[in-house]
Write a protein that binds this ligand. Structure first.
Ligand code: PLP
Length: 360
């Protein structure tokens, strides 16, 4: 039986990548060493990391005046590093609140500055993105932070906020590399790796050069972007194995047509699943507004929550794993990141149709 893993994160990785890692596990390219055993200052590992960065730069067409940083601490550590580094003498920052991850970013930023919440989706139970013309922005904000894809609530931006000279900061943990973006429109992009890049323990930061180097007084050395930028992410030992796997994922993306091709597949996958939900005569329901539906994380509920247990059990038996919704939302959630093949979504949709007709 083929297993399809719909976990929100850590999440599915491309099978070919895992198989390649397996083949190279004990002896990487005839070096006699596992990547895990290599000095991060040795030529083998330095080559691996340089190639990973070059491939990521190519995939996202990252302009030369942006630094790519491979860090630890997850996306959550960025919630603190961003204000510490990007306030640059200012005392206030703009934040959009579209759900659980926005809220976490906001509460951490409040430790460092006054946070102006430009708009909130709370009144709509975070089922839609507040219209841009309702945002109450502050011209004096050091930056504007938003979450292009809310992993838990399943709302995703299909448009880009225009903030003029106020740098745009984006938590792309759950949708980086899933769609074409114009990096030059952002001041900083960050992502924990464990959804769409690689294993947990690695965070990727893409930051415009001129925004770094003016940290808050007292910022620890390791939390200063400049420390990492000046040292090619090797000030201290980087998460070497995670970077190696991320590099294999970048090569897999390049081999499969890059981000534009991936985006087309992601549109097809999400379209299939939303159609199954919307055409179920109310048996399944997705709470998210049509215009703001995520291509990556698709929450849905069953008409009768008493059937949740049976749904999950039968899905499991068919190899459709980790569909239980986040505890704060309930119901189900299917995370269909880049590495989820179309066949996985097709199998899920077949099962959903069958379950609905048996239980209606
Ligand atoms: C998972 C996630 C985080 C938290 O990531 P950690 O690496 O666990 O800190 C933050 N933001 C978003 C959008 C996420 O999906």
């Amino acid at each position: 039986m083929t297993i399809y893993n719909f976990s929100a994160g850590p999440a599915v990785l491309p099978k070919e990548v895992l198989q390649q890692a397996q083949a190279e596990m004990v002896d990487w390219h005839g070096s006699g060493m596992s990547v895990m055993e290599m000095s991060h200052r040795g030529k083998e590992y330095m080559g691996i990391q340089a190639q990973a960065e070059a491939d990521l730069r190519e995939l996202l067409a990252i302009p030369a005046n942006y630094k790519v940083l491979f860090l630890q601490g997850g996306a959550s550590q960025q919630f603190a590093m961003i204000p510490m580094n990007l306030l640059r003498g200012k005392t206030t920052a703009d934040y959009l609140n579209t759900g659980e991850w926005s809220k976490k970013a906001i509460s951490e930023a409040k430790k460092f500055c006054s946070v102006n919440v430009v708009a909130t989706g709370a009144e709509q139970n975070f089922s839609s993105i507040p219209a841009f013309d309702s945002w109450k922005r502050n011209a004096d904000a050091a930056y504007l932070h938003f979450t292009p894809n809310e992993t838990i609530g399943g709302v995703e931006f299909n448009w880009l906020p225009e903030t003029g000279s106020v740098p745009l900061v984006a938590d792309m943990s759950s949708n980086i590399l899933s769609r074409v973006i114009d990096v030059s429109k952002y001041g900083l992009i960050y992502a924990g790796a464990q959804k769409n890049i690689g294993p947990a323990g690695l965070a990727v930061v893409i930051v415009r050069e001129d925004l770094i180097g003016q940290t808050l007084a007292g910022t620890p050395t390791l939390l200063d972007y400049k420390t990492h930028a000046d040292n090619e992410s090797m000030y201290n030992t980087p998460p070497t194995y995670g970077i190696y796997i991320a590099g294999l994922v970048f090569q897999w993306l390049k081999k499969n047509g890059g981000i534009a091709a991936m985006e087309q597949t992601n549109i097809a996958k999400a379209g299939l699943l939303y159609a199954a939900i919307d055409q179920s005569n109310g048996f399944y329901r997705c709470p998210v507004a049509l215009s703001d539906r995520s291509r990556m994380n698709i929450p849905f509920t069953l008409k009768d929550a008493n059937l949740d247990g049976a749904f999950l059990k039968q899905a499991d038996a068919k190899g459709l794993l980790q569909l239980k919704g986040h505890r704060s939302v309930g119901g189900m959630r299917a995370s269909i990141y880049n590495a989820m093949p179309l066949a996985g979504v097709q199998t899920l949709v077949e099962f959903m149709n069958e379950f609905a007709s048996k239980n209606s």
